[in-house]
Design a protein around this ligand. Structure first.
Ligand code: AMP
Ligand code: TRP
Length: 333
């Protein structure tokens, strides 16, 4: 019998405070963070160290970090059930990242498509942007995570984290749990409403194509109604041939818990699909926005949650880091 059946899994995931939370973040990852709490032992991290890999403004980073932590509580991350914390408040992350940088090869980091996209032809590309996936592996491995709920764009980084854990265990003896990715069947890649061949992203300069979780509901509805759709009037779930319509079907499906292919059969025209999609997203964000407004009026509450979370995270991360240090031959402190 599989000894893990019936056992509580350890879940870990992270999100960068590099911009306001999007509908893509929510449908692709965050709502699964919330649902995992029912059965599993979850740790959720605002990965502020990852935000330093690209040029940023310090005051803006502070504000975005607090806003993101508040959003996580507003969507239903329950600090009594889960551990919610800031990456930079648990120094074990930066320390294990060094061991992971020494486990990863330059060749495999160079193959990361997100690095290639983000480095682009920028004049300044930080070394941190290059080693970013090693820090992400450290985040996950520090907590013996079994499962990591993420959107589809993190698949390759997750695969690298698995490879690094396996390589380390092979070289130095069993040390880390090899994690699995938890990628949703629907809405794993929510696309930009104005360019449905591109991922909806919080750092994209595409205000009309990106829906923000805290945005005015009327503006959200307007953006969805004005989404770019495809040539031909047929409503069909076919992300290759009909990326615009399929994106709306995936959003509506994820927001209402229905299969996008089944949903497609209910519509003959784009207009009613857009109207239903807009209504469903507005219904989804309304209670989140109300809860956010309550929490934001008392920032002390979130600060206290984060401080408690960091304490709990440190208690778990410390022994794992010690295990890894000993395995590679570092003397105890
Ligand atoms: P990030 O904003 O890059 O820190 O991403 C946080 C989480 O949201 C990760 O698990 C991503 O995979 C997920 N995510 C980001 N953008 C999208 C999107 N457009 N569709 C689905 N998931 C996304
Ligand atoms: N790289 C992830 C992203 O861009 C964020 C992240 C950092 C993360 N560390 C993590 C996600 C650990 C899951 C687990 O979305």
């Amino acid at each position: 019998m599989d000894p893990t059946i019936g056992a509580v899994a350890r879940v870990f995931s992270g999100i960068k405070p590099t911009g306001p939370v999007t509908l893509g973040n929510y449908l692709g990852a965050l709502r699964n963070w919330v649902s995992a709490q029912a059965d599993d032992d979850c740790l959720y991290c605002v990965v502020d160290l990852h935000a330093l890999t690209v040029p940023h403004d310090p005051a803006e980073l502070r504000a975005l970090t607090l806003e993101l932590a508040t959003v996580l509580v507003a969507i239903g991350i329950d600090p009594d059930r889960s551990t919610l914390f800031l990456q930079s408040q648990v120094h074990e992350h930066a320390e294990l990242a060094w061991l992971m940088e020494c486990t990863a090869s330059v060749g495999e980091l160079r193959r990361m498509t997100q690095f290639k996209e983000k480095a682009g032809d920028h004049e300044f590309v930080s070394a941190g942007l290059f080693t970013y996936p090693a820090l992400m592996a450290a985040d996950i491995l520090l907590y013996d995570a079994d499962r990591v709920p993420v959107g589809d764009d993190q698949r390759q980084h997750l695969e690298l984290a698995r490879d690094l854990a396996t390589r380390f265990n092979h070289r130095f003896g069993p040390t880390f749990t090899v994690p699995e990715a938890g990628i949703p069947a629907v809405a794993a890649r929510v696309m930009d409403l104005q360019d449905p061949t591109r991922k909806m992203s919080k750092t994209e300069e595409s205000p009309q194509g990106v829906v923000l979780l805290l945005e005015d509901p009327a503006a959200i509805a307007r953006k969805i109604r004005r989404a770019v759709t495809d040539t031909g009037a047929e409503v069909r779930y076919d992300p290759e041939a009909k990326p615009g319509v399929s994106n709306l079907l995936a959003i509506l499906g994820a927001a209402t818990g229905q299969d996008p292919c089944v949903l497609a059969g209910k519509y003959e025209q784009y207009g009613p699909l857009k109207a239903d999609c807009a209504d469903a997203v507005v219904e989804l964000v309304r209670p989140i926005q109300a809860r956010y407004a309550e929490l934001a009026s008392d920032p002390g509450t979130v600060a206290e949650i984060l401080s408690r979370g960091a304490g709990k995270a440190r208690a778990l991360a410390g022994p794992v880091l010690d295990r890894a240090r000993a395995a590679v031959g570092l003397l105890p402190r």
